[in-house]
Design a protein around this ligand. Structure first.
Ligand SMILES: [Zn+2]
Length: 412
């Protein structure tokens, strides 16, 4: 009996000891175990991995000098072999790269990964024959509708809603002709259906495209849907729920920030000439050097200098419309040049007959000078009936989706 008790005690003792040892062993293996890192098609754990950044003066050849190459390989041969698929001159200072080395001495170079950007990378693999491949990380698009009540600025509201700030610029561009973002106020709302790109399903890249949106200012919703009228069109234009273009043919003014110092009038006292005469333009006062933008796309018809106009540019937009910009300190376009709406064509100055820096903006309709501030100006490219039917069918479900979602307040 006594022996039995002792035996049980001994067994218990040894068992206890054993299990303690075992758990410690287990702990050790847990600590030792490295996480498996897989990226760019390599299992990092299988190599000695060196991450570095291209420095100025680095060449592809110089990178290859850092570690031994496989027995028979010479740098010159590698560069020759690689050049068809990887432009080695393309490597730029500041870009990261990774070298995968053999874990055993003398650490021969097994592969080099040049990282172009968050998505694109090039792999030069030396393991068998030299293989170069330009690759992309797998990315996915996720679609969602963001509907928010404006709190502060548009970009603040978007950042509270967890959307990249780039969307604010996209929306500002879409609504540049219809919403004055300096006047947005509390209670204004917007909703936007976006596709956002992610790398490996988890790393946020940003907003890739907009499918639909509305902006509600003082209770009025302005819808915008991207649409191409023809397949050849490179970028979509935005139209409202009735197929009317959101981009007006003319910008409201040739300057972003200005003060109208003199309006178009049949008779005004000329401050330099000291007499009454017609003023066939609108004067926008702004600091010397402020960029002047062409208010619509077209072709530069004339540039030059006259004693009265100073440096000037005239742009022909269509058979009906032309505009002219006077008193420039600098002209940035030449005759015959094609310009697009909003493009900078010169800078504000006070050349010619001018008392201070301003741009005199002149507007022709069918060869007659008119006041653009009094004109009902046309929208670019009205949609024809057959386009319109297709367009309305396309936007119907998108609009329904936006209307069904309530704009909420996103708090920081
Ligand atoms: Zn003027």
């Amino acid at each position: 009996m006594r022996y039995l008790v002792l035996a049980i005690l001994l067994v218990t003792f040894f068992t206890a000891c054993n299990s303690k040892e075992e758990s410690e062993k287990a702990k050790k293996t847990v600590v030792k175990k490295e996480p498996i890192i897989k990226e760019y098609g390599f299992t990092f754990n299988d190599f000695k991995v060196v991450r570095d950044t291209i420095r100025s003066g680095d060449t592809f050849g110089k990178l290859l000098e850092k570690y031994p190459l496989k027995d028979s390989l010479r740098i010159h041969d590698v560069t020759e072999k690689v050049k068809d698929s990887f432009n080695v001159r393309r490597i730029k200072a500041g870009k990261p790269y990774i070298m995968f080395l053999d874990k055993k001495k003398p650490n021969t170079l097994q592969a080099l990964v040049y990282i172009e950007d968050r998505i694109n990378f090039t792999v030069v693999d030396f393991r068998d024959s030299i293989v170069v491949s330009n690759k992309q990380k797998p990315t996915t698009l996720k679609r969602r509708v963001v509907a928010a009540e404006i709190e502060g600025s548009l970009s603040e509201t978007l950042s509270n809603a967890g959307v990249s700030a780039g969307l604010a610029n996209k929306l500002a561009n879409i609504y540049a002709y219809t919403v004055d973002f300096f006047k947005i106020q509390k209670g204004d709302k917007f909703a936007v259906t976006i596709n956002e790109r992610y790398i490996d399903d988890s790393i946020y890249v940003g907003v890739e495209s907009i499918e639909a949106s509305y902006f509600e200012h003082k209770g009025k919703k302005i819808f915008a849907f991207p649409y191409k009228l023809s397949e050849n069109q490179k970028y979509e234009d935005f139209y409202d729920e009735n197929g009317k273009g959101l981009k007006s043919m003319f910008l409201k003014a040739p300057l972003d920030y200005f003060r109208i110092s003199s309006r178009f009038s049949g008779r005004r006292f000329h401050p330099v000439q000291m007499r009454f005469k017609a003023h066939n333009g609108t004067d926008y006062a702004a600091p010397h050097g402020t960029p002047i933008k062409t208010t619509a796309s077209g072709v530069v018809e004339r540039t030059g200098y006259t004693a009265g106009n100073g440096n000037f540019v005239k742009v022909r937009h269509s058979s009906t419309y032309s505009t002219q910009y006077l008193h420039m300190s600098k002209i940035s376009v030449r005759n015959g040049q094609r310009v697009s709406q909003g493009q900078v064509i010169g800078k504000v100055g006070s050349t010619g007959l001018a008392t201070g820096p301003h741009v005199c903006y002149r507007f022709w309709k069918n060869g007659v000078q008119v006041d653009p501030l009094r004109l009902k100006l046309p929208n670019a490219e009205p949609m024809n009936e057959s386009h319109k039917q297709k367009y309305l069918a396309h936007i119907a479900p998108l609009k329904k989706e936006l209307d069904s979602i309530t704009a909420v307040k996103f708090k920081e």
